[in-house]
Write a protein of this length. Structure first.
Length: 296
């Protein structure tokens, strides 16, 4: 069985990937602050920002492939913590890529749709990048370093994702759920557009591309939507009839990190090789039907 070294096992994407595909690879899943326990997955604590610790784990595990999902993914936090975020988002990525290059093994990196400035959507893999905040800049630089140092790599630009929160990593839909459950008013951006997918869809797309595709690929959904529209969809699908949802603009809520207004991805290339996201409503219904979202 192929041995995979996965970073970010306690994160939203990494935890779900392990949970779904633990039997597909021999997964050594590393976490830092939040211990994870996933059936058929060997979890280990590794501070990826410490190169000595990272190299020791890599040398001990001797992986056949690396899937790097770990990230400091909150743009506002990255903007306010440039040194700490760089160690995770850029330095650790460069170090992992170097280890993979030395071992002549494939490196899979999950990047973001935020590498674009939002002025000329939809964006395909050949579109010029122009990051507006530090998080996106770190991801952009990481992509460049990977391309420069590796011959065998896969960069998957991920869209906004929603779904099972996991034991240590929430996502924005969890916040929607909690507020709607309490009957609190939600103000959601109506002028920020993405091509969202459920984390289940994202994981399936990621699995599909591993070993099948090399280079850079987009794993966005088939529909463009704002957070406001997602909130309305969730209200309907989850049956929160009395939930109060109001649209708002980015201009109404100043934030440390500047956000692009429309980073909708053109994922035609992924679609052409079998990536097949369901409509947003169907994906939201899958989450509601599972009864796992609210930890029931």
């Amino acid at each position: 069985m192929i041995r995979m070294f996965l970073t970010g096992a306690s994160g939203f994407l990494g935890w779900n990937f392990c949970r779904l595909f633990a039997k597909e690879w021999e997964i050594f899943a590393c976490y830092n602050n939040h211990r994870v326990s996933i059936e058929n997955v060997l979890a280990c604590r590794v501070d990826i920002s410490d190169f000595t610790e990272l190299k020791e784990a890599f040398t001990t595990i001797k992986p056949d492939i690396v899937l790097h999902t770990a990230a400091a993914s909150q743009p506002n936090w990255c903007q306010e913590n440039p040194t700490a975020s760089k160690k995770i988002n850029l330095d650790a990525t460069i170090n992992l890529a170097g280890l993979c290059a030395d071992a002549s093994i494939p490196f899979i990196f999950t990047s973001t749709d935020l590498v674009f400035d939002g002025l000329n959507p939809p964006y395909n893999e050949k579109s010029s990048v122009s990051p507006l905040n530090l998080y996106a800049e770190q991801k952009t630089l990481a992509e460049e370093k990977i391309r420069a140092s590796l011959s065998s790599y896969l960069i998957c630009r991920m869209p906004l994702m929603f779904g099972y929160p996991g034991p240590a990593a929430n996502n924005f839909i969890q916040y929607f759920f909690n507020e709607m459950s309490k009957g609190e008013k939600l103000k959601l951006f109506s002028d920020e557009y993405r091509t969202p997918v459920s984390v289940l869809t994202a994981c399936k797309g990621l699995k599909l591309m591993i070993g099948r595709f090399a280079g850079t690929i987009h794993l966005g959904g088939i529909e463009r939507a704002s957070r406001y529209e997602l909130g309305l969809l969730m209200k309907d699908v989850f049956g929160f009839k009395t939930a109060l949802i109001e649209p708002c603009s980015h201009d109404d809520i100043p934030m440390p990190a500047k956000r692009p207004l429309d980073v909708s991805l053109d994922s035609s290339l992924a679609f052409s090789v079998g990536y097949d996201p369901l409509p947003l409503r169907k994906q939201m219904e899958e989450i509601e039907n599972s009864k796992k979202f609210n930890h029931e």
